[in-house]
Design a binder for this molecule. Structure first.
Ligand SMILES: *Cc1c(COP(=O)(O)O)cnc(C)c1O
Length: 338
């Protein structure tokens, strides 16, 4: 029996067609700006999202880091969610490498940052304070797309208070598909956007940062400084282009499967479904049964990220089909009956 891996949408294997596109890709030295496939990917995303320029980078962490360093100077600060990836899960890179101070904001229940709290956290211009420079949002948030009118209001606040606005859009395409809008309707509110190709889109490696020519020129310099300048990277960019052509509309299948999974789990005792949005389902299991659940799911050849807290995230992606969803439901039903 094959393994079903619901830990993350980063675990996907490149499809045979994607591998073929990678093998065929024309390449050049991208540090010289001469890789035609990288250039095509950057231009494609810039056009789709409505930006002047794009930059292909090895990871979403680096993409966000380059954005923060390009927007902020030493001694500036960025306002960011207390549990946001850019604050909590990127090794403190903005502070470590950019001398940029984070100002964490407590999230509302839906993951948004309450704009009155954001506004209260903006520092007066005074030598006592770091210079508030940038607001950073994350969309989707635990699978949940941010409401479009929230984005509009965040943009208005940034305009009024002179902040730039960055989006960690690791799962921007999930948000757009879930809301039934073109990606540019979301991206258009931001000064810069980071998009992951290696999450739901199913490419093996890479993210793209989008912004103005000036911002991307600065980010390109910092990409080199942080060791992210790759040479014949078109082999990787080709996977991204293939994903944009073939793996966007199918995200709706992942969302439908996540909804079906959540629906089936609602009925089970001992498993509480706490949320389902786009490709993610969150459940909670009695903390004392976590080891038992892990063993039970391992025996069924299903991987879940089971840590030390009762909350468990199940993520649907390219490599989990209807049969995989059925097997997961059956295994969790059997666990609930134990
Ligand atoms: C995965 C992810 C990133 C970037 O992660 P990398 O593993 O560095 O590519 C950034 N933000 C969010 C919300 C993510 O889920």
């Amino acid at each position: 029996m094959n393994w079903i891996d619901l830990r993350s949408d980063t675990v996907t294997q490149p499809t045979p067609a994607m591998r073929e596109a990678m093998a065929r890709a024309p390449v050049g030295d991208d540090v010289y700006g001469e890789d035609p496939t990288v250039n095509a990917l950057q231009q494609r995303l810039a056009d789709d999202l409505g930006f002047e320029a794009g930059l292909f980078v090895p990871s979403g962490t680096q993409s966000n880091l380059l954005a923060l360093i390009a927007h902020c100077q030493r001694g500036d600060e960025y306002l960011v969610g207390m549990d946001a990836h850019t604050y909590k899960y990127e090794g403190g890179g903005a502070a470590v490498l950019g001398s940029i101070q984070p100002q964490p904001i407590v999230h509302a229940a839906d993951g948004t940052l309450p704009l009155d709290a954001v506004e209260r956290a903006i520092k007066p211009i005074d030598p006592h304070f770091a210079r508030s420079r940038l607001l950073c949002l994350e969309n989707t948030w635990h699978g949940r797309p941010m409401p479009l009118d929230y984005l509009r209001d965040a943009r208005a606040l940034c305009d009024r208070r002179g902040l730039a606005l960055h989006l960690d859009g690791a799962r921007l395409y999930n948000a757009a598909v879930a809301q039934g809008v073109p990606v540019r309707d979301i991206a258009g509110h931001f000064d810069s956007v980071s998009v992951c190709l290696s999450k739901g889109l199913g490419a093996p490696v890479g993210s793209v940062l989008l912004g103005t020519h000036a911002l991307i020129d600065s980010a390109r310099r910092w990409r080199k400084v942080t060791g992210g300048g790759m040479r014949q990277a078109g082999i990787l960019a080709a996977a991204g282009l293939h994903a944009l052509d073939h793996h966007v509309t199918r995200l709706a299948d992942d969302h439908a499967r996540a909804a079906r999974l959540a629906q089936a789990l609602h009925a089970l005792s001992g498993i509480a479904v706490t949320s389902q949005h786009s490709n993610m389902v969150f459940i909670e299991v009695d903390g004392e049964r976590l080891d038992e659940l892990k063993q039970h799911m391992d025996a069924a050849r299903i991987r879940l990220s089971i840590g030390t807290t009762p909350a468990i995230r199940l993520v649907l992606h390219l490599d989990v089909d209807d049969d995989g969803v059925q097997r997961t439901i059956a295994a969790l039903q059997a666990f609930a009956r134990r």
